[in-house]
Design a protein around this ligand. Structure first.
Ligand code: ADP
Ligand code: MG
Length: 396
């Protein structure tokens, strides 16, 4: 067992029990059921999603739980551990994106997206508890969407199979909350399987469950929250995206996914701007690293993915330029302390680092990162060891 520091913002105690207790305290009766959905980390494949490429996320053991029960009429009441106030809304507010704001918009957005798709959504009371740190890049947003969606689908007996749920949850976040995100987070929160990573083709949305058995290999993944403030993340994201789109159009392909890695040098020779060349090199080589990682995992060679993770980090740092000093420090310290591979996970400019480590070495690596942070006067990082967990599910 590895000493864990609690994720920031997490209350103590079992999250499923907290959701039930929160429901009872808020509504004076027990819930009809509880539904859970996980946070996620992307094992590899960063900024490849909007280039129609490949990603390989896995679900975390950290999760969000929604306790829920039906209530009459088209009314929804939501409570979260993170807020003292219950938020209540009816069909009128839901049907107009923007009327419900703040955290409850993630819930109203799901109700809206379901209604917009023609589903008869049952009125409900909901109480939410979560172990997924908010705003750390582990996708607490997709976790809350997926858990609420699972609850409403079950309570209403709605005919909405799991493979169709990610699009709907994404629509809630894009069109109701107003956050432009790809399909990865919701796919991971809904479709992941225990002991597997989710190989997702962002062009076709085809998924494949790839064995990622850390236990059998005696390995662990350490997720380190860099605690770096997200510096200009929105503007930087938009500029990376624009550069990729420009490069694809200069190269005459629909998306950078269509540049095979074997043709990379020829493609780069056709671009005269060094920055654009580096952006393209990141995306094209990153897609290939995802494919190589999938091949190794399929062959059960989990240890050997380490260098691919580390190469992904170097590419994000040097070519895509989306890392920050805290993140690079955590990666370097983890590698120096014996991690098999380490990289930033998520969109960048902050967020988390994941390190692949021998299970009995996780403590040593975590301590090394903490020391490296102290040397540089960065805030103390938090960490947690994770295993590939299942996607959204109803709890017994
Ligand atoms: P991330 O998905 O990386 O954690 P986001 O900014 O995309 O960060 O989503 C975080 C937002 O999602 C929070 O600010 C809050 O509005 C909402 N949210 C996530 N989890 C919860 C929760 N348990 N209770 C209430 N709101 C939540
Ligand atoms: Mg999010």
């Amino acid at each position: 067992p590895v000493a864990q520091t609690a994720p920031p913002g997490a209350a103590s105690g079992d999250v499923a029990a907290r959701a039930a207790v929160g429901f009872h305290a808020g509504y004076g009766e027990p819930p009809a059921g509880r539904w859970a959905a996980p946070g996620r980390a992307n094992l590899i494949g960063e900024h490849t999603d909007y280039n129609d490429g490949f990603v390989l996320p896995f679900a975390l053991t950290l999760r969000t739980v929604v306790a829920a029960a039906p209530q009459p009429g088209e009314r929804w009441t939501v409570r979260s551990e993170l807020s003292a106030e219950a938020v209540e809304f009816g069909a009128d507010e839901v049907d107009e994106p923007g009327r419900v704001t703040g955290w409850a918009a993630y819930v109203a957005g799901v109700v809206w997206a379901l209604r917009e798709a023609g589903y008869d959504v049952p009125g409900a009371r909901l109480a939410i508890a979560s172990d997924v740190p908010v705003g750390s890049g582990l996708s607490s947003s997709a976790a809350i969407e997926a858990a609420v969606l699972a609850a409403l689908v079950d309570l209403g007996g709605l005919d909405l199979p799991a493979e169709k749920q990610p699009r709907l949850a994404q629509r809630a976040e894009n069109a109701y909350v107003g956050a432009p995100t790809g399909i990865m987070d919701q796919s991971a929160a809904i479709r992941c399987r225990e002991g597997h990573a989710l190989f997702l083709d962002c062009r076709t949305e085809a998924v494949e469950h790839i064995p990622f058995d850390l236990d059998a290999a005696g390995l662990a993944v350490l997720v380190i929250d860099s605690r770096a403030p997200h510096r200009h993340a929105d503007g930087e994201y938009a500029s990376r995206r624009a550069a990729c789109e420009r490069a694809a159009s200069l190269l005459g392909v629909p998306a950078l996914r269509d540049v095979p890695v074997a043709d990379l040098d020829a493609a780069l020779a056709r671009l005269d701007d060094d920055e654009i060349r580096r952006r393209v090199r990141h995306v094209v080589t990153e897609d290939q690293r995802v494919l190589d990682t999938v091949d190794l995992l399929r062959a059960g060679r989990v240890r050997e993915i380490g260098p691919l993770l580390t190469a992904s980090h170097a590419s994000m740092r040097d070519d895509f330029e989306i890392t920050v000093p805290e993140i690079d420090t955590a990666v370097e310290a983890a590698l120096a302390a014996g991690a098999l591979g380490a990289r930033m996970t998520g969109g960048g400019f902050g967020g988390c680092v994941l390190a692949l480590v021998d299970a009995d070495h996780a403590d040593t690596v975590a301590r090394a990162v903490t020391h490296a942070y102290a040397d540089r006067n960065f805030p103390t990082p938090t960490h947690v060891t994770v295993l590939p967990a299942p996607g959204a599910t109803r709890l017994a």
